[in-house]
Design a protein. Sequence first.
Lengths: 291, 288
Amino acid sequence: MENVIELKDVGFSYRDSEGNLHPALSNINLSFEKGSYTAILGHNGSGKSTLAKLLNLVITSEDGKIDGSVKVFGKELNGQLTEDEEYEIRRRVGMVHQNPDDQIVATTVEEDVAFGPENLGVEPAEIRKTVDEAIAAVGMTGYEKFAPHRLSGGQKQRVAVAGVLAMHPECIIFDESTAMLDPEGREAVLKTIDELHRSGNVTVITITHYMNEATDADRVVVLNHGEVFMNGTPEEIFTQVDKLRSVSLGVPQVTELFYRLKKEGVYSGELPLHTKDGAAALSNLVKNKRG
Amino acid sequence: MPIIFDNVSYVYGEHTPFENKALDGVSFTIEDDMITGLIGQTGSGKSTIAQLCNGLYKPWAGTVTVDGEDINDKNNKKNKSKNFFRVGLVFQYPEYQLFEETVRKDIAYGPKNMGCSEEEIAIRVAEAARFVGISDENLDKSPFDLSGGQKRRAAIAGVIAMEPKYLILDEPAAGLDPNGRDDILTKLKQYQREKHTSVVIISHSMEDMANYCDRIIVLKKGGVYKCGDKNEIFSDPMALSSLGLSVPQITKLIYNANQYGVGINEPIYTVDAAYDAVMRLISGEEST
């Protein structure tokens, strides 16, 4: 499979107003396959957002010192880019932030979603279609004429996702995009992410503090002090409960229960990550004990 | 004395095309000396309630009574400003409101405005910093040099320093990593247990609500759907999902396992409780 993002020996240090450097990332070697779904975990300050922002030029060499090679869609970002090349990268790598209020610009939902394609010079008829599709994809059909400030947080976040979708990006980074949402809003955004991923055309990277969400990804990367601390499938990562705890992270509640049962010696199977396999495992456990 | 909402309605954008009834005749009581959780979908009226509690919003109809006084009584104007200090409100992402040169000054801002003496302010700042876990060293730093979790604590300390009788927090743990979440919620619980105040937490995390609250009020589209202790609220996962809410993952697990005939009948909403129930089930079966 083709890698859309390749990071080789990447480091980054922020430069403060006095010119001093503050290291945020070091020795990052990661690649992201086309159409893959990766969750990035790490405690506050571990470098997750810095890493994400390097990938779509929100952070550039103007903000600090970049080391190594940051290749996105074959383009080396650690070097001189023309303005057109920068636009192209930002269109191809979309980003949804934590706070929807930071990313909504227009006075109605449809104008907000149209903002991106309008700026790309897309034909009006095509814009209409793109906007309608993007709004439908996040389940906000019927709200086209609403003023964004009258929407709930979850609804606003879905509008923000639609705004990114309308640019037809090939990679979308969700930077704690569900942190402010209610369970239904979170569910809706996660469903959108899942559908995007299933379509096979979009590479998805999510940054999250919710361990339950990360279990849906193909791969989990754990950052600690700006370095890659763990990298593997959700099964490989979340079964290492003590290791995750050592870097201020946790595991899903289901996994935690079985981890404790295993420690106590009453359970010996694989640690489940989801409620479904957990329920089956629990049922087997109780049946076996009952003989 | 509790906070009592009696038939309270609140309307946004009255007489405009965007008129929206955020609360429609709600009645409930926020009890003393416990942690109350306020849950409901976005737009269900949680934040509106928070702002009605301390008089930032005035009810469109009905009364909000705090300590036996109608806080919007026209004949008692003094009540209003008194109420700002009586009911402390911590908004979402309160760290955005930090502005002073040092954390110490920021926490002191509230008590200073209340007219406290210098000695009193110093005592309150130290006390509030202790409650939220800010070290002496950090007190003299600029709030902007703190980590995200520490900034959040500083902002909460600023409200605690006003010694409110009621403390209302809107998503106090949002955006923090798992340890940061547990840490701040544990600190709030300790604060409540020590001061015997009334603490209200608004959150979308059912796991956190189950772990830290005593009583829960469930809102549905501007009305109260249900009030009760958490056993009662989380015992019906289906009802909660029909409201666009959820139950903790562990509750869902036990619910699903029971469909397979596991037979855990008590309400489970924490990993501890699930662990105990499973162990009891296993050892109980073995001994008979």
